[in-house]
Design a protein around this ligand. Structure first.
Ligand code: PLP
Length: 434
């Protein structure tokens, strides 16, 4: 039944524009959404970077159905249920070795705020209570909680909400348009990690608890880290006793062709945040993974009773845990992470064909991710990309746009001819866009 579409206050949406020109996706299967009138829409963006195994996967659907009938909800405060433990056990098997403790949340934003709290609690537990400062990076996106906003670096997300967490600060971002178009990781720019030394010199290492970065910054338009940058950041953080958090809400579960970006880059952070692909987006869930010594330090520092005063009613929700277990099984059985790694070569070649398309000023890629940057219209940043978004939908394809960047991140089950379809639909739309 159609209504005037006004009751639901839509998130991160031009609500007035949507009411004028609504776009509604009614169902989905594998690589496609379907509109209410049954028109297929190729999913070039895995929903919101999250449906890594494709839509409506039978194994995941059935696991959720079974779990809903067996145990719909049970608390995890001072009493537990088996499936949350089982999921944590399976999950740590695919994470880098030593990441053997998992704190469950319900979203990426909650995972980020939880990771910041764990970092503060750990520093305090090991006698470093003066370390209360949290460092993020310009152009970083870490969700919408006050912690994530404070370390995030997107002005429009921050400006309405006051001073945010006191003491937080930001590294400069890694994007440098003067490098020109490059494939994969830029060769130059590792020294941008030295910006952490600047903040250490400014604030004093003994005030800094943690630095959080997205290994590949997704939401501000796919910023791929320069070669050696993450390694250098790791080295500087270690030298100054600063915890390194990788926000892997987007990059985990095969997006780069490995279980995590940490594995892909061969760089070991201290904490990893997860969400999105964790349950193939079928039930909301996030998580923070840490190594045992971090948890044990926090447990041991408490004199008695509850050690860490933090958690959510739905932390480790049975339906999410069931969905997560089934998602891991699908990833494993279909070898989707190595499939993504193999497809990345074809993907890179295909998306770089767009470098010569109309309006395109830059193309960036890594794994099964690409950012296609468009020239902004004078005085109207974002408008051209938004028009491209709408036209692609009319053309039967879902993309994501952020500012004037088209971000592509298809499900890992994509076939080669569908890669070609994405590129040809996008170049056709760009050609006819003013
Ligand atoms: N962190 C990163 C890197 C993200 O990309 C996102 C969402 O896109 C989040 C955190 C927030 O996740 P959520 O929207 O589930 O709260």
């Amino acid at each position: 039944m159609r209504n005037d579409l006004s009751s639901f206050w839509m998130p991160f949406t031009d609500n007035r524009g949507f009411r004028r020109q609504p776009m509604l996706l009614a169902s989905a299967k594998d690589m496609h959404y379907f509109t209410e009138d049954g028109r297929p829409v190729l999913d070039a963006t895995s929903g919101l970077w999250c449906v890594n195994a494709g839509h409506g996967r039978a194994k995941i659907v059935e696991a959720i159905q079974r779990q809903a009938a067996k145990l719909d909800f049970s608390p995890n405060f001072q009493i537990g249920h088996p499936i949350a433990f089982e999921f944590a056990d399976r999950l740590v098997e695919i994470l880098p070795r030593s990441f053997n403790r998992v704190f469950f949340t319900n979203s990426g934003s909650e995972a980020v705020d939880t990771s910041l709290k764990i970092a503060l609690a750990y520093q305090r537990a090991i006698g470093q209570g003066s370390r209360t400062r949290l460092i993020g990076r310009e152009r970083g996106y870490h969700g919408v909680g006050f912690g994530g906003l404070s370390v995030g670096g997107i002005v429009s997300n921050r400006r309405m909400f006051g001073p945010l967490l006191p003491g937080s600060d930001h590294l400069r971002h890694t994007h440098d348009p003067s490098r020109g178009i490059c494939r994969g990781q830029p060769a130059n720019g590792a020294e941008l990690a030295d910006d952490l030394e600047r903040l250490v010199a400014l604030h004093g290492a003994e005030t800094i608890a943690a630095v959080i970065v997205e290994p590949v910054a997704a939401s501000t338009g796919v910023l791929v880290p320069p070669q050696g940058y993450l390694e250098r950041l790791r080295e500087i953080a270690t030298r100054h006793g600063i915890l390194l958090i990788f926000d892997e809400v987007v990059t985990a579960f095969g997006r780069l062709g490995a279980a995590t970006a940490s594995e892909y880059f061969g760089v070991r952070p201290d904490l990893i945040t997860l969400a999105k692909g964790l349950t193939n987006a079928s039930v909301p869930m996030g998580a923070v993974a840490v190594s045992g010594h971090i948890q044990e330090a926090i447990l041991d520092s408490a004199s008695r009773g509850i050690e860490f005063f933090h958690g959510y009613t739905y932390s480790g929700h049975p339906l999410a845990a069931a969905a997560g277990l089934a998602s891991l099984a699908v990833f494993h059985e279909e070898e989707l992470f190595s499939r993504a790694a193999a497809l990345a070569v074809r993907w890179e070649a295909a998306v770089h064909e767009l470098a010569s398309a109309r309006h395109v000023t830059d193309v960036r890629n890594l794994g099964l991710v690409a950012g296609i940057e468009l020239e902004a219209r004078a005085g109207a940043p974002g408008d051209r990309a938004m028009e491209v978004f709408r036209s692609c939908y009319e053309e039967g394809m879902l993309i994501r746009v952020t500012g004037d960047v088209v971000a592509l991140s298809p499900p890992l089950i994509i076939r080669e001819e569908q890669i070609d379809e994405i590129v040809s639909k996008l170049s056709k739309v760009l050609e006819r866009t003013e």
